[in-house]
Design a protein around this ligand. Structure first.
Ligand code: F6P
Length: 348
């Protein structure tokens, strides 16, 4: 913790699962910090591991050019959780202690932690230790509590929608049921948005309890109404036996109950790869530039957020450990139901 009046030296890290837009956010923070506020910027490698091990690079402005459109993160990431299993904050070997030592040794005035829920929880604990922390929410899951939107989500919706579009043509040719499993962990945002954008006939979300007979009834009624193929969009987090994927579980059940030829696709990590969409580039840039402004204004212990399209901040301690899930009575779901989209819960 510096005694200087204004923050001069800041660190940035990206933690948790990667997503498109991380480099745009690093660039937004770094360029604003350097150009507008004359700060020095250090980038920690591989998430919280870099902070624990003092593994960092200096980020000059030139290093921040040409990265806006790049997928992944130039800093690397990891799922390191420094507080996991840590019972004694005073132990010289413990990770939070090492982080504090490095923070002081490097003369940091502030730290920007870019990540999802787990990252924000750690960021909040580091802030409680006395570090000046600002969080930036990212994840394809769009499930960070306290903000309306995370960057990475729009790019993943685009990728998943493209995949659903492609399944439509092959489903139609073969008159099959096509199941596509979409990421999102415990949240159904990605499945809901890509499912609706891709014209999915049935969308199964972790937040809505489904009944397989309901799903089959919908598929059979489509066949009877001269729609001999169906697209079923399944969130990875729906209730299913752990030995098989959610997609396999649903595909096997549909094939068994209806006798209709069914195939499954698990889209997987493709959803996290590649260049961010223009919307994600803009959101990540807004978040990054605003985070640098928060540091300059010494607005610490906060996460930058968007509410009703305006930038704002929320206290990190309010964010940690919570999830923003799809509300079952969301307007979008109600509208979709009125158009005949099934959520697998109609005949329960
Ligand atoms: O949080 C992003 C995400 O891709 C989730 O949708 C998914 O459940 C999880 O990460 C996968 O985690 P990992 O990268 O550790 O395999």
């Amino acid at each position: 913790m510096s005694t200087s009046a204004k923050p001069k030296r800041i660190g940035i890290l990206t933690a948790g699962g990667d997503c498109p837009g991380l480099n745009a956010a690093i660039r937004g923070v770094g360029k604003t910090a350097i150009v507008e506020y004359g700060m020095e910027v250090l980038g920690f490698n591989a998430g919280y591991s870099g902070l624990i091990n003092g593994d960092y690079i200096e980020l000059k402005e030139s290093a921040l050019s040409g990265i806006l459109t790049l997928g992944g993160t130039i800093l690397g990431t990891s799922r390191e959780k420094p507080y996991k299993g840590n019972k004694n904050g005073k132990d010289a070997e413990d990770k939070p202690h090492k982080i504090m030592k490095n923070y002081k040794k490097l003369g940091l005035d502030a730290l920007v932690c870019i990540g999802g829920n787990g990252t924000m929880k750690t960021a909040s604990l580091l802030a409680q230790e006395g570090m000046n922390v600002v969080g930036i929410p990212k994840t394809i899951d769009n499930d960070v509590w306290g903000t309306d939107v995370t960057f990475g989500f729009d790019s993943a919706v685009q990728i998943a929608t493209d995949a659903i579009d492609r399944l439509h043509t092959t489903a139609n040719s073969h008159q099959r049921v096509m199941i596509i499993e979409i990421m999102g962990h415990h949240a159904g945002w990605l499945a809901l948005y890509s499912g609706l954008a891709g014209g999915g006939d049935i969308i199964l979300l972790p937040e809505l309890e489904y009944n397989i007979r309901s799903v089959c009834k919908k598929i059979e009624s489509r066949f009877e109404s001269n729609k001999p193929y169906s697209i079923v969009v399944v969130a990875e987090g729906i209730d299913h036996p752990k030995e098989v994927s959610a997609a396999t579980h649903i595909a096997q059940a549909i094939q068994t109950y209806t006798g209709i030829e069914t195939r499954e696709t698990v889209l997987g990590y493709i959803q996290r790869g590649g260049s961010p969409t223009p919307m994600d580039r803009i959101l990540a840039t807004r978040y990054g530039a605003f985070a640098a402004q928060c540091i300059a204004n010494e607005n610490f212990g906060t996460m930058v957020a968007v509410k009703n399209n305006d930038l704002t901040t929320v206290p990190l301690e309010e964010v940690g450990g919570k999830l923003r899930l799809v509300e079952p009575n969301l307007g979008l779901i109600e509208k979709a139901r009125k158009m005949g989209v099934s959520f697998g819960d109609e005949y329960m």
